[in-house]
Design a protein around this ligand. Structure first.
Ligand SMILES: [Zn+2]
Length: 196
């Protein structure tokens, strides 16, 4: 799936879920849902965020960059950040470095791990982005399950899991999936405001 598909599905479905759950939707909510919706593709050297992070977009450079960031975080992070968060961040950075595409960052385990990390972040610094960021990740996984390759949803089990109906990246099918998500979201919103 393309970046714009992930951002559209991330923002629309997350805001719909928030509306159903009675959570107010703020600009921060929208931004964090959008970032969460492209976060899982950090495992791909040509993923949207890696286009900004990596100087060279290949697997070896991705590994080196994220291991270097994990090392910097381990040695210099404790000066500025609570040690509990450092442990999480070193694990997350090293995992991104080593991970294959659509494996741990596209799994339920990965989503829960990030939610726990964000919970610790909130408890230490009062930065509460748990719900939008995690919802963004979940919508990314959901959208990628329409890829013919599927995702390793139950990582560490390596079985690729996807929907029986698949679409190829950038094709008309992807636009259709995007459209279906927008319609579902619109219906949820209209119901929330008792307009249908
Ligand atoms: Zn993905």
């Amino acid at each position: 799936m393309m970046k714009k598909t992930h951002i559209i599905t991330g923002v629309t479905l997350s805001s719909a879920a928030a509306a159903v759950g009675g959570i107010s939707i703020t600009p921060i909510f929208i931004i964090m849902a959008a970032i969460g919706s492209i976060f899982p593709d950090l495992d791909h050297p040509k993923g949207a965020l890696n286009q900004k992070v990596l100087l060279i977009n290949n697997g070896a450079f991705k590994l080196l960059t994220y291991l270097a960031l994990a090392g910097l975080m381990y040695f210099y992070g404790p000066k500025y950040i609570d040690s509990k968060l450092i442990i999480f961040m070193v694990i997350i950075l090293a995992t991104i470095g080593f991970s294959r595409h659509r494996s741990v960052t596209h799994s339920l385990f990965g989503a829960v791990f990030m939610a726990v990390f964000l919970y610790v972040l909130n408890s230490l610094y009062g930065i509460n982005i748990i719900i939008p960021f995690t919802l963004g990740i979940m919508t990314h996984i959901l959208a990628d399950m329409f890829n013919p390759e599927g995702v390793e949803l139950l990582w560490p089990c390596k079985k690729n899991i996807g929907f029986p109906i698949t679409v190829s990246t950038g094709g008309i099918g992807e636009t259709a999936v995007c459209g279906i998500f927008i319609i579902i979201t619109a219906v949820i919103w209209l119901k929330e405001f008792n307009l249908i």
